[in-house]
Design a protein. Structure first.
Length: 752
């Protein structure tokens, strides 16, 4: 006997489901939103339940009628011959979907349908079925749209995406049928047939990996399910069902016995989700084949020990965020993923599934195909890439939406003006500005040679060498994107003038600095950030009066770490240059260590520790702005927060309450702080003994505390700290560019 069926699916999978049902032998197919109508015998319905990788439900419609009132709904359901489908002493579950002007609540609609079925069976036999919350003998699906009602038997029971293997899941799990649809769109069946590999660098609880294996080994996705809705339906043909199951088991055995099964591997930075993935793989009976391991994105490379890994598919569902702070960090995560793909996987295909397609523009790759999906209610896209030099994005506009065409044209115009006016600018320099130009060029000649020899990309060029020009001038050589050549930037920060200095004279001197810097360094004005301080009569002693609200956001390389720099929106750039030797020392000490970073600022030292192989890092600061900046630094380096924890807290209180032990601690407090978030005022001179004592309580035996601060008048109370071994390493931590200012900071190593 031939029946008419309706298979539901997530929006966006209709075309794939249509093709899948054709392949399973279904007839009379018709596509509609979120589903496909088809016809076939009862074996066809069973086959779809067992083999469909994409469907949610297989419904057998019994009737369709108009219902403009609750009475008409009841009567229409009551007229059906329910005794042909459910025993009077059986159990029943009703799924009611939709509302109209008279039936405004789905729960009310379900109750009216249940009452009609129960009354029908009671009149037929004198017995009444009971309502089951789960695993009923009969599941009824009722859909209401305006006044039209469709009543169906739900042959699948629980949604078919629930395969039965996922015993654990991560925080944002992808449904199994969506994962299968993504893999099919990405061309995985063809790649697997050719012996290609599949790698997922952010595999979460492993859904994509398991679905890929089921496809590659010809395993029916329904084989692991505990039950289907049709199994206690009165018209169920168990002989047909058992025959189909036996056929599926035989195909599974043959599929897993093949010698050319593709390599399938997953990685994630979070050890907890890796454990969940391992449990799911075991539950799916695929642990002899699939492999997962904890790995940061920074370490994601093409395995070379297996020839079968020569080509294949990299596919992943990275986080896509909702809050602004998350988005800014995720831009760097996607950029790092793109860099990994470009450097390691040329000749491969890659698919990135995201609910925020704009993030895909950060990858530096041009998508050759885009497929629209819905992840629940979230409109999403699968971006497909052929990893080759032809796909590399060269245009800054294409690669990063932050930079507009107007900005590019402005910079080009500035470059033309600079060339045309170079001689005119030289003639216009005052004597004082010319002296400053000479000093800057002399310093540049000396320090650039030193910086190049030591692979230093940013350094202090000038530090009030000429007292009348009282400013710090720092050089940054940074990249706005991974595949762009580094650019030179200058950060000019005026020192606060003493009250004895005439305000007008100080302002005139700063104008000469503004003249000298672009000329001496041959820089566009747009690549220079000026931070000017002036006395005011208001509540604030000094304020910034010359700061661009936006500008190039770029990264610099320091040792193994890439660090995010913003010269335009804050007083500091995100990187304290004088602490460079301390950060590099931490990198040397951090391997396999538990690292604590107190008053972490933008967590640059934590990035160094993590890149050097720290067991884990914990970074504490009160500022959410700085912690979001730290997240960008982690993302820029392919580091996750699973082993690099960020905590927003008062460091003093956190230290008092902490019961963890660390092998390496950086304690670098400000000289003074009266933040509203702190319970007390911090004074580093007054409070350093208690801070160090509390930090040493958190330091494991054999561990190292690095204590540093920038208070020039600071005196360490060695007598109060005589219980510890203390070594002053200040001189060792002052690099060539800060030797003109040897008191820029003080630093000690303290051990038990």
């Amino acid at each position: 006997m031939t029946y008419q069926y309706f298979a539901t699916c997530p929006k966006g999978l209709e075309g794939l489901l249509y093709t899948e049902l054709q392949g399973l032998g279904a007839d009379d197919l018709r596509e509609t939103v979120a589903g496909i109508y088809f016809s076939g015998d009862i074996a066809m319905a069973y086959r779809v339940c067992l083999w469909s990788r994409l469907a949610n439900k297989v419904l057998l419609p019994l009737a369709s009628f108009e219902a403009n009132s609750q009475e008409e709904l009841y009567d229409g359901v009551r007229e059906l011959r329910w005794e042909e489908h459910l025993s009077p002493n059986g159990t029943l579950l009703v799924d009611f979907i939709g509302t109209n002007d008279t039936i405004r609540n789905t729960q009310f609609g379900a109750v009216k349908v249940k009452d009609a079925i129960v009354d029908c069976l009671r009149d037929f036999s004198g017995e009444r079925p009971s309502v089951a919350k789960r695993d009923p003998d009969l599941r009824v699906n009722v859909r209401l749209s305006k006044s039209k009602v469709i009543v169906s038997i739900d042959l699948s029971g629980d949604s078919l995406h629930r395969r039965g293997y996922r015993v654990k899941q991560g925080s944002a799990p992808m449904k199994e049928n969506l994962a299968a649809g993504i893999l099919i769109r990405a061309g995985w069946p063809e790649i697997a047939a050719q012996g290609g590999a599949l790698l997922d660098p952010m595999c979460g609880s492993g859904t994509i990996l398991v679905e890929a294996a089921l496809i590659a080994a010809d395993i029916a996705p329904g084989l692991l399910r505990g039950s289907f809705g049709f199994e206690r339906w009165l018209n169920h043909r168990n002989d047909i069902w058992l025959e189909l199951r036996e056929e599926a088991f035989a195909r599974k055995k043959a599929g897993l016995a093949r010698e050319n099964l593709p390599e399938i591997r997953g990685y994630d930075a979070d050890v907890n989700v890796i454990r969940a993935a391992e449990d799911n793989i075991v539950s799916a009976e695929l642990d002899h084949w699939l492999r997962v391991s904890r790995k940061e994105l920074k370490d994601f490379v093409k395995p070379t020990h297996n020839q079968a890994m020569a080509f294949g598919l990299v596919i992943s569902n990275p986080p896509y965020g909702e809050r602004l702070g998350e988005i800014e960090s995720l831009k760097l995560l996607y950029a790092h993923l793109g860099e990994r793909l470009r450097n390691e996987f040329q000749g491969w295909r890659a698919g990135v599934f995201t609910g925020n397609p704009e993030l895909g523009k950060q990858m530096g790759l041009r998508a050759d195909k885009k497929y629209k999906f819905f992840n629940g209610t979230i409109a999403s896209e699968l971006l497909m890439f052929s990893i080759s030099t032809e796909a590399f994005v060269q245009s800054r506009v294409e690669q990063d939406a932050r930079f507009s065409k107007d900005d590019e044209e402005r910079k080009a115009a500035e470059a033309r003006v600079k060339i045309e006016n170079k001689q005119e600018q030289a003639n216009a320099l005052s004597n004082g500005a010319q002296m400053l130009v000479n000093r800057l060029q002399k310093n540049l000649k000396q320090l650039e040679k030193w910086a190049k020899k030591n692979d230093i990309s940013c350094y202090r060029l000038y530090d009030a060498d000429m007292p009348e020009y009282s400013a710090a001038i720092d050089i940054y050589r940074g990249q706005t994107q991974p595949n762009r050549a580094p650019q030179l930037y200058a950060h000019v920060q005026e020192y606060a003038a003493p009250k004895s200095v005439d305000e007008d004279k100080a302002a005139a001197r700063f104008m000469e600095i503004e003249q000298a810097v672009p000329f001496a360094l041959d820089l566009l004005a747009s690549n220079i950030s000026y931070k000017q301080r002036r006395r005011t009569k208001g509540t604030s002693q000094y304020e910034k009066v010359s700061e661009r609200p936006t500008g190039d956001l770029f990264s610099v390389q320091e040792g193994q770490a890439k660090l995010h720099i913003n010269m335009w929106q804050y007083l500091d750039t995100g990187l304290f240059l004088d602490h460079r030797p301390v950060r590099l020392m931490i990198a040397d000490l951090a391997k396999d260590k538990r690292f604590l970073n107190l008053f972490c600022y933008t967590a640059t030292a934590s990035v160094h520790a993590a890149m050097a192989g720290a067991r884990y890092t914990v970074s504490v600061d009160m500022s959410n702005t700085y912690l979001n900046w730290a997240r960008k630094n982690y993302a820029l380096n392919g580091l996750s927060e699973s082993r690099n924890r960020l905590e927003q807290a008062d460091c003093l209180k956190w230290l008092e309450e902490n019961d963890q032990q660390f092998d390496l601690i950086l304690l670098d407090p400000p000289s003074f702080s009266n933040s509203k978030r702190m319970e007390d005022v911090l004074d580093v001179q007054r409070d350093h003994v208690s801070m160090i004592n509390n930090a040493m309580r958190s330091l494991a035996e054999g561990g190292t505390l690095i204590f540093s601060n920038n208070l020039r008048s600071f005196k360490l109370d060695a007598e109060a700290l005589s219980a510890y071994t203390i070594k002053d390493i200040s001189a060792q931590t002052i690099d060539e560019d800060f030797k003109r200012n040897p008191k820029i900071h003080q630093c000690w190593v303290i051990t038990h």
